[in-house]
Design a protein around this ligand. Structure first.
Ligand code: 13P
Length: 342
């Protein structure tokens, strides 16, 4: 198999039979924050227990074709002594890895961020490949506010995403390219549309300049919707329409798959939006439109677990259910009545 065939094959396996991606790659500070909200002790063993709970959920591979791990997790083993990546692979889920080193303040640009992690990335990708990872993730963060985002922030993040993507393809890993326009703020849906369109156009220009094969990437974007604190109330149909229009104007048809992040929407909202896009616009979409949710799949599971062994089975049932509803939304077959059978 050529490198290019290998990458396309990985993408086909991840999204086979209507499946999507489970993001379980929260950095240690992020997962500790989620643990703390749920009264769960924040230490390496609890993080391992939780990730094992997720990875060993019975039937998860019916809806999940790929799972993104964090550096700490890919180096850990299940309680039976099996490497976490091997465990996933054995159950039919392709392991991926978050490789960026986080979004840091962009010098000279108050309230804006640049994602770091390019130095030494070529060597790290070789290591991750040998640990079983077949795809990678890099998240850029774009904030909407007074006078921001600036062109400098958008373009610097596109440049980093493109250099990361080229290195991944060289190493035989599919790059998930994630330019996340945050939901934080009181901006309108139109403002989110404009910023998302600019970020995507800048991203695809950079990917072109850095000779990234667009047919061997996965795009992980935000939906086009009003900010969390906006007084504008978006309908499901409004969000689906704006998102489809924005993406048709800015994402080349060569891209095989778009996998949305959930970004702080409730699990139900995330399913409803994805479903409306697939149900109402299927004939116009040149890409697979799927999900790469963290919070919108994990939230009910984490709340139920509470860090206690006695709750593992219930927590796994909730994870299975949320993954199944996300996959139904990918097929445009989600119905709110399905929420009751968790
Ligand atoms: P959320 O679905 O919680 O936004 O997380 C997705 C993700 O992995 C962001 O990089």
């Amino acid at each position: 198999m050529t490198n290019s065939e290998l990458l396309k094959n990985t993408i086909a396996q991840i999204f086979a039979n209507g499946k999507g991606i489970l993001a379980m790659d929260e950095s240690t500070p992020t997962i500790d924050k989620r643990f703390s909200v749920n009264g769960i002790p924040q230490n390496v063993e609890m993080r391992r227990n939780y990730r094992e709970l997720l990875a060993t959920t019975p039937g998860l591979s019916e809806s999940i074709g790929g799972a993104i791990l964090y550096d700490e997790t890919i180096r850990q083993q299940t309680s039976d002594g099996i490497a976490m990546a091997t465990m996933l692979m054995n159950s039919g889920i392709i392991p991926g890895i978050k490789v960026d080193m986080g979004a840091k303040p962009l010098a000279g640009f108050p309230n804006e961020k640049i994602t770091e992690g390019l130095d030494g990335l070529r060597e790290r990708l070789v290591d991750y490949n040998s640990m079983g990872a077949r795809f990678a993730k890099w998240r850029a963060v774009i904030t909407i506010g007074d006078g921001i985002p600036t062109d400098a922030c958008i373009n610097a993040n596109s440049h980093a995403l493109a250099r990361y993507a080229a290195l991944c393809q060289e190493a035989g890993l599919v790059p998930i390219v994630e330019p996340e326009v945050l939901m934080d703020g009181n901006h309108s849906r139109q403002r989110c549309y404009d910023v998302t369109e600019q970020a995507l156009k800048s991203l695809f220009e950079a990917l072109y300049h850095f000779r990234v094969d667009l047919q061997s990437i996965i795009l992980k974007p935000n939906l086009v919707m009003a900010g969390k604190d906006s007084s504008q109330k978006d309908s499901i149909a409004d969000v689906a329409k704006a998102t489809v229009n924005c993406f048709l104007s800015s994402v080349p048809a060569a891209v095989p798959a778009i996998a949305f992040l959930s970004g702080g929407q409730s699990p139900e909202q995330a399913s409803q939006h994805l479903n409306a896009i697939n149900k109402n616009y299927k004939d116009r979409l040149p890409w697979i439109v799927a999900f790469s949710f963290a919070r919108a799949i994990q939230h009910p599971c984490l709340e139920a677990w509470k860090g206690q062994e006695a709750h593992v089975e219930k927590a796994q049932q909730l994870l299975y259910h949320r993954a199944k509803l996300s996959a139904a939304a990918r097929r445009g077959a989600y119905k709110s009545a399905m929420e009751d059978h968790g």
